[in-house]
Design a protein around this ligand. Structure first.
Ligand SMILES: O=C(O)[C@H](O)COP(=O)(O)O
Ligand SMILES: [Mn+2]
Ligand SMILES: [Mn+2]
Length: 549
């Protein structure tokens, strides 16, 4: 356990709690066209921005521990940075380095999985998100592992691909599949039997998170493991036919199984090895449980093959899941939540299912569970299982109800909440729905503001990364890309834009300058929260945004 925090001598006390409001996926747009945050009618957000001290925070690239400044931020690295007050080298960077330096292949897990299939003459399977989005995975890591497996004498490998279209272009699947097939042909010319065996859209199969919809994982199990589902001769053919039939963007394409001679090419069998090559944990934990857990009751697995299973990384540092992994995760320690628990500051974390783990598991440095159940409460509002464009308001009102009640009861000192709308609806790429999501969010900000004023609370309005602020694809020279039908090409991924930091301090005593610091990143939100709670941040935390007089 960490030490308790020291008092901030310049803080003159507040009537109410500090409320950290994470408006997931709401940034400051670079372009007017496609900026749904700007386009929406948001009188509350506009007024709060105009009337209270505010600054912009960096939420992408090296400011959140990603390999370079061309990398968009994401919820994992964003909430890690916000909740941990410092920047850690993150999954994308750690795996890339481990491969570059060869450490991944010198590790016991790699060696065990490889010798398992070599000794038994069985199959090495790779399963994961098939893109270079760098949020959950990177296809370059997959290529490096396949190349190495062949060098180490692995004869047969099967790759199960989850089509992205969410962290990369919405219909970019063939840009990954076609060159990858060529790459496999190159390996196969050297004597390998390496093939794509199954796949499907990432929002249809396998990559559910936080228990929102286990039937996705069940469908994935049937597709990858049992080799059951609609059959095609190749992944390219599957994508073309399924697109023509459904008009779905990649993330929503139905599952497919590749067959040869009337048989699934790569079902997963006893004695095989399986590598789940995503480095990020939230959408990896459920399929991992299906492979690893003896007492598993989320769906009928029908057949559970005895395999050596490994994840790219450890996905849960508390529960030690998975049992075997290839690259050690960032060791995120001494988090804001842990310091507040040690200081006996009463904490509440609230979101709906889709982002519940963000304000708990990611916020606490990829750990499930509380630091101190005596002083912490976590509230999950169940998310609807619907396309988010059909209900862009999601559970913003219910989340707000919970926080307002907590403000009225005065039970907590620090409340953190995540409104998922800007991100979950942003990922659909459906512009009018995103505008509606922003307006729904704004209504709730108005309610929250009223309750906070009454309670003498301090609101910190911010976000983990952008998304809704950048809904159209732009060319390198900055023009909106127009499709054949004359409509702008939708952008489903996060943006590289900075995010707000607005300090709404209803019971402030003028102890700090109303001009906030500039040029900081979202890791500064931890120190800012601590200072507003009346304590001094740990000396190794990144500086807060406030200049105390
Ligand atoms: O998992 C997802 O939905 C996307 O890849 C990234 O979104 P998030 O980082 O906001 O969760
Ligand atoms: Mn997010
Ligand atoms: Mn997102």
């Amino acid at each position: 356990m960490v030490e308790a925090l020291q008092k901030n001598p310049k803080h003159k006390g507040r009537k109410g709690p500090v409320v950290l409001v994470i408006m997931d996926g709401v940034g400051y747009g670079k372009y007017t066209e496609g900026d749904a945050v700007k386009a929406a009618l948001t009188p509350n957000l506009d007024r709060l921005t105009a009337e209270w001290p505010s600054t912009k925070l960096k939420a992408h690239g090296t400011a959140v521990g990603l390999p370079d400044d061309g990398d968009m931020g994401n919820s994992e690295v964003g909430h890690n940075a916000i909740g941990c007050g410092r920047v850690f080298a993150q999954g994308a960077k750690l795996v890339g380095k481990s491969i570059e330096e060869g450490r991944i292949f010198a590790g016991d897990t790699w060696k065990k999985l490889i010798s398992n299939v070599r000794d038994k003459n069985t199959t090495l399977h790779f399963l994961g998100l098939f893109s270079d989005g760098n949020v959950h995975s990177n296809v370059s890591h997959l290529r490096a592992m396949l190349t190495r497996a062949l060098d180490e004498g692995v004869k047969r490998a099967r790759v199960h691909i989850l089509l992205d279209g969410r962290d990369v272009g919405e219909t970019s699947a063939l840009e990954y599949i076609d060159p990858f097939e060529e790459f496999l042909s190159g390996l196969n010319a050297k004597g390998a039997d390496y093939r794509i065996a199954s796949g499907g859209g990432r929002m249809q199969i396998t990559m559910d998170r936080y228990g929102a919809n286990w039937s996705m994982v069940e469908k994935g199990w049937h597709t990858h493991v049992l080799g059951e589902g609609r059959r095609f001769a190749s992944a390219h053919e599957a994508v073309e036919i399924l697109r023509a039939e459904t008009s779905a963007i990649d993330q929503d394409l139905p599952p497919f199984v590749i067959e040869e001679n009337g048989k699934a090419l790569g079902s997963i069998e006893d004695g095989d090895s399986v590598i789940f090559f995503n480095f990020r944990g939230d959408r990896a934990l459920e399929i991992t449980a299906a492979f690893e857990e003896d007492d598993f009751d989320k769906f009928d697995r029908v057949r559970r093959p005895g395999v050596e299973y490994a994840g790219m990384m450890e996905y849960d540092g508390d529960m030690h899941v998975p049992r075997q992994y290839l690259v050690p995760p960032p060791s995120i320690d001494r988090t804001l939540g842990e310091f507040l628990a040690a200081t006996r500051v009463k904490q509440l974390a609230v979101s709906e299912t889709q982002k519940f783990g963000h304000v708990t598991y990611f916020f606490n440095g990829n750990r499930t569970g509380k630091f101190d159940p005596g002083t912490e409460d976590y509230v999950e509002i169940p998310s609807d299982i619907v396309p988010f464009e059909d209900r862009p308001w999601m559970k913003a009102a219910e989340i707000t109800d919970t926080v307002i009640k907590a403000l009225e009861e005065g039970k907590y000192d620090f409340i953190r909440l995540n409104y998922p709308n800007g991100d979950m609806v942003g990922h659909t790429g459906i512009y009018p729905a995103v505008v509606c999501a922003m307006e729904a969010l704004d209504l709730q900000l108005g309610r929250l503001e009223k309750a906070a004023r009454k309670a003498g609370a301090t609101l910190i309005l911010t976000a983990d990364h952008g998304n809704s602020d950048d809904m159209f694809e732009h060319s390198k020279t900055g023009e909106v890309i127009i499709k054949e039908n004359g409509q702008p090409k939708a952008k489903t991924a996060h943006s590289l834009n900075p995010v707000p930091c607005i300090i709404v301090d209803f019971d402030g005593k003028g102890e700090y300058s109303p001009t906030l610091k500039e040029g900081l990143g979202i890791s500064s939100l931890a120190a800012t929260s601590i200072e507003l709670l009346g304590y001094l941040p740990p000396s190794d935390y990144d500086p807060g945004v406030l200049d105390w007089k």
